[in-house]
Structure formats: structure tokens, C-alpha cells
Design a protein around this ligand. Sequence first.
Ligand code: DGJ
Length: 727
Amino acid sequence: MPITVLLLSCLTAGAQEIISTKNTCMVLDAPEKEVPVILYYGVRLTAADAASLPASGAGSFAAYPSHNDSSESLEALSVRMPDGNLSADLRVSSVKKETWEGGEVLTVSCKDPLYPLEVDLKYKSYQDQDVISTWTEIRWNGAKKKPVVLTRFDSGCLPIRQGDVWVSSFGGSWAGEMPLFCQPLGPGVRSISNKDGVRNSQTAHAEVMISLDGKPQELYGRVIGAALCYSGNYDLRFETGDSRYESVHRFYAGIDPSNSNYTLMPGECFVTPELAFSWSSEGLSGVSRNFHRWGRRYKLAHGGEVNDILLNSWEGVYFDINEDGMHRMMKDIAEMGGELFVMDDGWFGDKYPRKDDHTSLGDWVVDRNKLPSGVEGLVAEARRNGIKFGIWIEPEMANTKSELYEAHPDWIINSPGREIVQGRGGTQVVLDLGNPEVQEHVFGVFDGIMTAWPGIAYIKWDANMSIPSQGSKYLKNQEHLYIEYHRGLEKVLDRIRAKYPDVAIQACASGGGRVNWGILPWFDEFWTSDNTDALQRVYIQWGTSYFFPAEAMAAHIGASPNHTTGREIPLKFRIDVAMSERLGLELQPSVMSQSERDRCKAAISDYKKIRDIVQLGDIYRIVSPYDGKGLATLLYATPSKDRAVFFWYKTEYFHNLLAPSSLLAGLDPDRNYRITELDPDGKALPFEGKVFSGRFLMENGLDIPAANSAPGPHRDFASHVLYLQAE
Ligand code: DGJ
């Protein structure tokens, strides 16, 4: 996103530089001709306190360690000079500070005294969201035809004071996204990386929380959050020396250089992706609130506007798309109060109709046997039902059984001379987005659909394969393949957004495989997981909410037994879990009983009352499902704290075990709140309709019956959604 520079002031190089937000600051020391260092990151300091940092005995650490640093640290930048020299030495040449509408940008410009290498270290503050981000701009001014090779080119690094420091990181796989892992930092190097090529939040996430006061806590303690905003392969590293002279742990993050050394030509500038930090003394949830506010304001397409309640056809019909079925689903979601219907995979293919996942990707023409009145007929039908219409595509991919592949076999990524590695369905391949012709094709897929059917309001953009084998027939330098893929993707997405600023786009990649702040600026939301099992969703959504707001997190009510886990879960629990994010449905309404449909209809109506609080409010995660209490609770409050919603999920039930009273959080202690249960199951809770002060609710809490009181075979899966209105 472009920076609007409102004022430019050049400062003389040297001494302390402070970049601040409302409550935080980062302090650097950048004297001319010296290696720039980071002295501090944390709560906002006065100028006098910042000046006393060196006297406090606090160590300093190179702001962007390069290979020539004398310390034993890892490097953020390493190079191979044209003459074979493997060292770079970055010395401050100038410092400048600019303001932009949301804060400041500090640029520390560095030069290598021996080689024509220049690196600008950028620090950008997002004043109101308490986020400070960093990236670098690496320039090579060498002689013609003599490039420098970048063998490591991190976005930035951060020293973290030694102490009882813990890291919360996230794994992830298909249907098991964002599981949380918490570990103390110990000596050695720990790396978190992704080499998928396409789905960069499969297997790991490029975000971490760093708790400075011991074991991570949701509501208390000093925490730093870090998110690398990049859609491709990355590598995050924590390094801790075992010498007692080391006063810091060191955190580095950037593009993964494996198989991706970058040859920088004379005159070229390599801009590394943004690495965003946030700091809070209000625990993990405090950092989450900052990232959510920042994401909604600066990163999400249409951030800050609530997203529609939808029915997606995938789990209802899978590939079995037909006109009557689509009409029926649209009628059903409209009757339940939904606002959008999305036709998923299975609608396209002429020579090779898409009956399963073996064929047709690339052939984005409507299958007239399935949809005789075409997509235009469906758009018109949606309009008749008073809802919007959306459609699924997977434009970066092809099947080897497709007209596209037959016409352009050279467009796919594959190692020269080797057998084609095929993914999903045994026939899927990835298109070479580094190739401008392929970029044109991918743009054309989107543009063609929007031009042919201008009534389309929503696109689900899927991507279900990794780059398995390095080989572009277009690129001269194969080491640039991963980076050029993502540059190509960004170019296409820029063009799409320039032409179609209003359409809503969902990022999907085998579920939540593309959940990263580097890709989301072109998207309105993401499909959190193909796993719609509400119990596992409590965990998936818990982890995902660490960095991503509910506005973007699609959570759909699935069928029971669940299609992924086979678990049977009462409808109330399924609804209550989906209501805590962007509510939708992922089932076949026509097989539901009338009472189930009525319940969904009532829940949708309830959700509309709280949607702005959930999607745009401040999150307070309170009891973690990972804490082994068999319980998970969280609350969203409006910024003014006049309304709130409290979600309470019993994740397991054992008879006659203690059920602790539930403390709320994030309320105004001096206001009184009336409590109303949403999606009730018939039996009123003891405090239904009663009024309590925020202080009482946060200090004493509520005693919530631990078992499910709804009629049914078991008492598992009790859940409650409480709406709080200040009086
Ligand atoms: C993977 C997605 O995660 C699903 O939601 C669905 O769209 C399928 N692809 C369709 O093939």
C-alpha cells in the first residue's frame, strides 16, 4: 500500500533515533559511519528515559546484522560480491524521518565502505494501532553486468532482552490449521519456515507471539507480536547464545533463501516484505487487539465493513452442481435470512466437465449440461431471492486433463527433463506466474468472469497445490522462481483490485493455507479451515484469532456427523462456535428438519445484532481451550464498551467435576450491563435479563451450568452466547 508522505525532514546522521506509536517506541542508535543498533523496543519512553538506555547497562544489537559483524550472531543480510567476497559491512550514511497519515517512517541509510552496496533500513509506525513495522531496500550500484548475489535478505530483526521469554507459534496442516505451541526460549537457533511455494500458512505460520514475563497469558504480561507480511516462502529464526555476556535473544524474519538466492543487477533495488511488530502489556489478547485494529484499518480489503452471512455449496453438494440444486440452496439461505450464496467447485469445463478433482482446472467456461441457463441464470435467481451471488475459482492452477494444458503445456512449473509432479487428484499442476503471459491468463480468468456476469458480488479464490518441483520455462534464473511467482501474483491482484475494487474476494488455499498479512490486502476474508467440526474449530479459531480479526475469519455451520471428523455435535454448539467469527453455513439446508432451519434462521437474526461487535470489536480471549480446563471463553466488546458478546464453550464434560465461575474481561467496570442469552436452548440461565456491573462481571463472574441442558443423548457440548448491553 502506498505511503502518503506529508512532511519530509532530513536529520543529520548520528545518535539516538526514536520511532513511536501511541503507547510504544523503538530506539535505535545510528551514528554516521557506525553499524546501526537497536537499543530498545517496548512501552513508550520519554526522551530522557531513552537517553539513559546506554547507562542502564542494556546491550545493543546490530539493527541488520550482515556477514561482517564481529559478534557471533546469525546474519540478516549475506551476499556474494562479484569478486567472490562473502562479507557485507553496513555503515550509517544518513538518517531521515518522514511522516505519513498514520505515523512516521524512519529511514536509516547504510553503505558498504568497500562495495557499491546500499541498504535502507525502514521503520514505519502505525500510531493508533501500536504497530511498528520494518523492511529493507537493498540497492546494488555495481558495474554493468556484474551483479551481487543475495544469499540471505531478511526483512529485519529484533533483539529481545533475556529473561523468562516464551514463544507462541503455530503449526498447521489441512483441516488442522493454527494449532498453538508455547515454548520457553533456550540456547541455540530455532527456525520456523515454510517452503510450500503457494500455501504459506500450511505447516507453519509467519506470526509469533513473544511473552516476556514467563508462560504466555491472555490478559496480563508484556508481549511482542511479530508478523511477516509475505505470501511466499519464509524463515523466522530465534537465536539465543549460551554465553552469560549475551543480554538478548535475537529474532530474525524474512523470505526463505533456500533455492532462492537473489541475483541483484546493477541499478536494481530489492524491497523485502514488511515485518510488523506490536507490543502490549495486556497479554496475548492485547497484541491481538492491536493486530486486529491494524489489519482492519490498513491491510484487509474493505476492512472495517462487516462481511455477509453466506451459504457455501461445497459441503452441501461437493461437485454435484446442478441448476435446480443451486436454486434450492439460494431459496433456502434467503429464507433463513442469509445475504449471499456461493457456488463452489464443479461448475465449469466443456471438453472436460469438472466431475471430480481430476480434470478441468484452467477451463473456466460454464458446464451447460449442469447449468443450462448459465451463471447469468443463477445471478438472476439470486437477485430474485434478494441475495448476492458468488462463485469459486482456482485460477493459478491447471489440470493436465484440461484444454488449457493442451494449449499451453509450457505454462506449468516443472523441472526440465523430469516427470511432471502432479498434485490433487493426481493431475493438478501450478501455473508459472513469473511468466507475464500466465499473469495475463490469470487476470483474464477473473476479468472474464466479472465481465460475463457483472452481477457477481463475491469470488472464492482457491489454491490447492504447492510448487513441488522447481522449473520455469520462462525464467532464465531458476533461483528466482519462488520470488517471481509471488511478484506475478501481486501484479495480477493489483490489476484485479484496480478494476474491481468493490467485489468481495475470499482467500482459500486448501482451507486456511493462505492466512498471512502479505496476501490479505487484496482479500476481504479467508476460509479458516475445511474442517467445520465445531469442537476442533474452537481450537483452530482460537489460534487464528491471535493475529487475524473475526471480520476476516469465515466460520461456517457444518453438518453433523461432521464430514471431516465424523463427530456428532448438536446444532446449538455448531451455531455458537460459528457466531464467534464471520458466520456462514456449509451444509445442505434441504436435508435439515424444519426446527433446525428455524434455529439457524433465529441464529442469523441474532448474529445480525452482534455482527459489528464480533467482526469489528476488541477481542479478549479469557480461558484457553489449550489450558486443559475443558473450557474456552472469549469476549468481544465495542471500542466504547457499551456492548459486548461473551462466548462460553464446554469442550469436554465430566460428571461432578468443578466448574469454575467464568470471569469476563474487557468491560467498563463502572457501567452496568444487562445480559441476554442468544441462541438459547429453551432453559433460561439464572442471570437471564439481569443487570450486573462490569466490575462484578470481571471480578466475580458468572456461574454457568457445566452441562448441556438441551434434550439429547449426552451432556457434552454445552455452549452459551451472552449479549451484554450497557444501560
Ligand atoms: C478446497 C477448499 O478449501 C474447499 O472449501 C473447496 O473450495 C474445495 N477446495 C473445492 O475443490
